[in-house]
Design a protein around this ligand. Structure first.
Ligand code: GLN
Length: 190
């Protein structure tokens, strides 16, 4: 059976993830309200956007607790950018965290206001030349033991894996390169 992927669709770049996963043969649907969680799914996508807005909406819509419970129980998740901030155990200079299931520290908007968006290419889990667009990206400043760094740019981790949680600080879904999504289906979800 095709994998069923639920994509958090409150705000931000969620459609792009759905297009990539659909092209790879997965079945995708949007999570916008609590009733959407009644449908069965095998993995979750937390898209980029604005983590403060997403965190607020998740709580207001009653999605926060049920999703956190699934993440704690090991639901595979692909998080990009704001999604990575939602997963992080600690957000530098912020007393509030969100799901906090991924033992990393992130610093929001860490690349400054002027040069906040840029493009890089780097290796990812043994694949070379993976395009990596950064958009007001957070920086991963600390990782606990057991967190595997899959990609680095300028000596900082930009892709980490912790069990079935794959978290990126860049946006592969807006490129034509589907290798990271394929890796998620093949390696993280299996
Ligand atoms: N700067 C955003 C935040 O702090 C993240 C940006 C993104 O998702 N591209 O939530």
């Amino acid at each position: 059976m095709n994998p069923r992927i639920a994509v958090l669709a409150l705000q931000g770049a969620f459609r792009e993830h759905m297009l990539v996963f659909a092209a790879l043969g997965a079945e995708c649907f949007e999570i916008r309200q609590r009733a959407d969680l009644d449908r069965p799914f095998d993995a979750l996508v937390l898209p980029g956007g604005e983590s403060t807005v997403q965190g607020k909406l998740l709580r207001e819509l009653g999605l926060f607790d049920p999703l956190r419970q699934r993440l704690r129980r090991g639901m595979p998740v692909l998080a990009t950018c704001a999604g990575t901030i939602l997963l992080a155990e600690r957000i530098a200079s912020d007393s509030v965290s969100h799901f906090a299931t991924l033992p990393i520290t992130v610093e929001r908007n860490a690349y400054g206001r002027q040069l906040s968006s840029f493009h890089a290419e780097s290796a990812f889990a043994g694949m070379t030349g993976v395009p990596m667009p950064f958009i007001r990206a957070p920086r991963i400043t600390a990782c606990a033991e057991g967190v595997e760094v899959l990609a680095e740019v300028d000596k900082f981790p930009v892709a980490v894996r912790y069990g079935r949680q794959l978290a990126l600080t860049f946006h592969p879904e807006i490129t034509a390169d589907r290798r990271i999504h394929a890796y998620f289906l093949r390696e993280v979800m299996r």
